[in-house]
Design a protein around this ligand. Sequence first.
Ligand SMILES: [Zn+2]
Length: 185
Amino acid sequence: MKLLSVRCNHCGAPLEIPKSARYVTCGFCDAQLAVHRSGNAYSTELLEEIKQTTDGLVRDVAQLKKSTEIEQLDREWELRQSELHIHGKNGRVSVPSKTGALFGSGFAVAFGVFWMIMAGGITFAGVGMGAPAVIGIFPLFGLVFILVAIFGGISQYQKADEYERARTRYQQHRRKLLQANAEQE
Ligand SMILES: [Zn+2]
């Protein structure tokens, strides 16, 4: 059997090993060694060090995966946000809010009621003075306005609720990923 001369990478002792050996235990210091061959040169490496390097790599990859997960989460949230944002006239973008929905539809309903009272009064007087009964439709516009305001308010309120829940989910998920990252370090 052909023997190779290598040096123990741990204690420096000269070792004679079979040419086909991939691993060897140093007879002087008991170190577990891996045999590397590059061209005609042979060297040994402590398995413990290889394991540490591998462990480090596994950690790095896991961390990389985590930060990629965070980036992806951020991207998804941005997308979801833009779906749930309210796009006003002149390109103004705002976050849907429950208070906004309540106040908005509240004002609109109040306006509808005001309209019905005003138009009702005018129509009543007009019909009394001989105007055609068809003008009785004007107060009803207020009713339509009120219904639209109520349904619009409900839909905006739901949107705001969905937005809040999506934001909470996003924040919780992100915190969890960050924590997992911190534990790995
Ligand atoms: Zn040794």
